[in-house]
Design a protein around this ligand. Structure first.
Ligand code: ACO
Length: 335
């Protein structure tokens, strides 16, 4: 992304974007060797054909670092111009401290403040982007935002209800005030904590601390998920958030060039498009290639949409996401 020299007050947005996916590709066919499933079941229920799996020696910070470096390069910015780092992840490097501490050290950005936004599932990146925007409005110069997930390391490889859905990836953005920024026109977010138990990884918290019995039963890998309820709410909330963010900006959907939804499932994406009355060529989809990459899904899809020439200068692009919590959010960008 080219950076203009002249600073335009009030235009806060993305000045760099980057994404990273591990090399190893795992097909649906390969899953049939681990659980009782089929390529046909996975494709027809989710649209997923393959996903990326991190190498055994890679951890969350390795993925985050690659995406961050690419976003910095895209912004044409050295790391020493970053003055805050925010990481959105549900699959942290370790339990304590958070992943942002590891990333700050890895990027050699001493004394730069850093923190994680954890546990908001796939909505994490849009929450972090919104926080980054407010930090820049509050005086920070350049905030690095990373969405990273190494879900295949923590999920239960024996649970066919969940394991076939996920993949590993990282995406990043640099948020700043600049005349050439992809402007964040508006952002919205919401939470329904009454649904906290519908999609959860419980073991390890104070409610269900680690125990010998839990370890024996492999409970620390168990993602609780009521799939149909998640599906229904994801469609409802992502479309609702999309409408809200447009209204906030005084814009209408027919002026939007591309919608980039969270990539959980082709059927969820198709249903959101139907509810909003969107033609399929206005909706970006890469879930077939990468599966559900949690908080990395939106930045990864955005980078791919841009690199594929799906967005041009001046275009309105709408991001909308939904995840555990339930949390959801939407962001309207102008390229
Ligand atoms: N292979 C074969 N069969 C399977 C598999 C599998 N991988 N997984 C589940 N099944 C079986 C179940 O055991 C069940 O069998 P039963 O009827 O004998 O009990 C049956 O398939 C369930 O079938 P359906 O109810 O028809 O499945 P459905 O059409 O609801 O699809 C799915 C399930 C894909 C999970 C769907 O509900 C969904 O996409 N929900 C959203 C979940 C999601 O995206 N979660 C990710 C995190 S949240 C987010 O990112 C938004």
């Amino acid at each position: 992304m080219e950076r203009g020299k002249e600073e335009a007050p009030g235009k806060v947005g993305l000045i760099g974007l980057g994404a990273y996916t591990p090399d190893r590709i795992m097909t649906n066919e390969e899953w049939t060797r681990h659980v009782d499933t089929s390529d046909e079941w996975i494709r027809s229920r989710t649209g997923i054909e393959r996903r990326r799996i991190a190498a055994e020696d890679q951890t969350t910070v390795d993925l985050a670092e690659q995406a961050a470096l690419r976003a910095l390069e895209d912004a044409g910015l050295p790391i020493d111009e970053i003055d805050e780092i925010i990481v959105a992840t549900d699959t942290p490097e370790v339990y304590i401290p958070d992943t942002s501490a590891f990333l700050q050290h890895r990027l050699q950005a001493p004394n730069v403040s850093a923190f994680d936004l954890a546990g908001s599932g796939c909505a994490g990146f849009l929450q972090a982007l919104d926080v980054a925007r407010s930090r820049v409005l509050g005086g920070r110069q350049h905030v690095l935002v990373v969405g990273v997930e190494l879900l295949t390391r923590l999920m239960n490889w024996k649970d066919r209800n969940t394991c076939v859905l996920f993949g590993d990836a990282a995406g990043a953005a640099v948020v700043a005030r600049s005349s050439s920024a992809v402007e964040i026109l508006s952002a919205t977010a919401g939470t329904d904590g009454s649904k906290a138990d519908v999609l959860a990884l419980e073991m390890g918290g104070t409610r269900t601390p680690f125990s010998e019995e839990g370890a024996r039963l492999d409970l620390h890998h168990d993602i609780v998920m009521k799939g149909r309820e998640v599906f229904k709410e994801a469609v409802r909330r992502m479309s609702q958030a999309a409408r809200e963010v447009l209204e906030q900006a005084g814009e209408t959907l027919d002026r939007v060039s591309l919608v980039v939804p969270h990539q959980a499932n082709r059927r969820i994406i198709d249903a959101v498009a139907r509810v909003l009355g969107l033609a399929s060529d206005k909706v970006f989809m890469n879930v077939q290639e990468f599966g559900n990459t949690g908080s990395a899904s939106i930045p990864l899809a955005l980078v791919q949409a841009r690199d594929a020439g799906r967005v041009r200068t001046g275009d309105l692009v709408l991001l909308t996401s939904f995840g555990a919590g339930f949390h959801w959010g939407a962001t309207l960008l102008q390229f």
